[in-house]
Design a protein around this ligand. Structure first.
Ligand code: HSE
Length: 415
């Protein structure tokens, strides 16, 4: 039986779950895989109660020649990046679920791994316990992937689901999500789409074997989505979801995060609570949907331990040299359908002015609904046929200045 010695850096939610699962399950894992995983040392800045040998000095893991795999479970970029690079330089493989570190520094980290002939795996960085990266990298390698759509942030999915199901307001549901413990310490990272954008960059890199810099990911959060939008979307057969989108269109990549109207019969529309899901379309496989817990100690430990087994059995490597340089489209270049909510006085000339502005920029209207007027203001919901975003923006700039329009309330892309 092969034995692999690991060191765990960071004993927070993920690190302590990895240690605990291995303490209980290492023999069963060994029986199943032929690999005995021994936790040689665990490290944290604060002394923690643990069944394993504890150190407060990361150097005790990085410099230990008996340890071949370091699990980085500190989170954030610093000091995780410095310690990961130091471990790679010492010839250690690294397993991490650190989405921010991988999304922001994948190129540098994979280059360092290649230079030292070791691997870095990061299954837990996207979708927690959902084995999506291994599926894209290994099990689907016979496919040409065309589309990946993910609900990859549990907090925003929880908020949008509760707003839809219970008609609650944004701030109330955010507080609930924070209490439940899956929201980031800084909720801005969830709400404004940062967390999802890290995951989108990683998903796109792995799905398309491409170098995708985090800066290339267009990002919008859910802060502008109101319960009105969710209600109106529901009336016309859509759910509102925060999506990470990675798709190949005309030999170029689109990588973006934004709220989207998802048709109610699409499998992503029914992903509720804080669950995550990733929908993949490829040839020859067709359509696939991966669903599960996107955060939490045990689900992420499942991904981390699976990576340890992959590395120990020398099955998997993500090689930077093989990542392609593909064109990544700017947001103005993408084409989409759109939902638009406007507020306007209820009088003649309103729709005429709006439809002229759209027509002038070659934007085609698919449907218009005027909601009942409250006071002297009516809400108009417009659905558009597919159009280039730059044309839409040009039309909206005109519409926003029309004397017959009080406010462009929200603009949401339709999947
Ligand atoms: N804050 C993240 C979420 C945790 O809500 O999904 C998992 O990365």
């Amino acid at each position: 039986m092969k034995q692999v010695n690991i060191g765990i850096l960071g004993l927070g939610t993920v690190g302590s779950a990895v240690a605990e699962v291995l303490r209980k399950n290492a023999p069963a894992i060994a029986e199943k895989t032929g690999i005995k995983i021994a936790v040689k040392k665990v490290c944290d800045i604060k002394r923690k109660k643990t069944a394993f040998s504890f150190t407060a000095d990361p150097g005790d893991i990085i410099k230990d020649h008996d340890i071949s795999i370091m699990v980085e479970a500190i989170g954030g970029v610093n000091p995780a990046k410095r310690l990961v690079l130091a471990a790679l330089a010492e010839g250690k493989h690294v397993v991490t679920s650190n989405k921010e570190l991988i999304a922001l520094h994948m190129d540098e980290i994979l280059s360092a791994a290649a230079k030292n002939g070791v691997s870095v795996l990061f299954e837990g960085s996207v979708g927690g316990g959902i084995p999506i990266l291994a599926a894209l990298r290994d099990n689907l390698s016979a496919n040409r992937i065309s589309e990946v759509y993910g609900i990859v942030n549990g907090t925003t999915n929880y908020i949008l689901s509760k707003m839809a199901e219970e008609g609650k307001e944004f701030s109330e549901v955010l507080k609930e999500a924070q209490k439940k413990g899956f929201a980031e310490a800084n909720p801005k990272l969830d709400i404004e789409g940062y967390d999802a954008s890290y995951k989108a960059a990683i998903l796109a890199s792995v799905a398309f074997g491409a170098k995708v810099k985090w800066n290339d990911v267009y990002r919008e959060g859910i802060e502008k989505v109101t319960s009105e939008d969710i209600l109106y979307a529901g009336e016309i057969g859509y759910a509102v979801k925060l999506l990470a989108v990675a798709k190949m269109v005309d030999q170029a990549l689109e990588v973006r995060v934004h709220p989207a109207l998802v048709p109610i019969n699409h499998p992503l529309a029914n992903v509720a609570e804080n669950f995550n899901a990733v929908y993949v379309k490829g040839f020859p496989v067709g359509e696939l949907m991966f669903y599960g817990p996107g955060a939490g100690g045990n689900p992420t430990a499942s991904a981390v331990i699976s990576d340890i087994i992959q590395v120990a059995s020398s099955k998997s490597k993500i090689q930077n040299s093989k990542l392609r340089n593909l064109k990544i489209k700017g947001i103005g270049e993408i084409k989409s359908r759109y939902y638009i909510r406007l507020q306007a006085p209820d009088r003649y000339g309103v729709l005429a002015g709006i439809s002229k502005a759209f027509a002038d920029k070659k934007v085609s209207i698919a449907a218009v609904t005027q909601k009942e007027t409250v006071g002297d203001t009516s809400t108009i919901v417009i659905l558009l046929h597919e159009v280039a975003e730059q044309n839409l923006k040009a039309a909206l700039a005109v519409i926003g200045r029309l004397p017959v329009v009080r406010r462009v309330g929200n603009v949401i892309r339709i999947l």
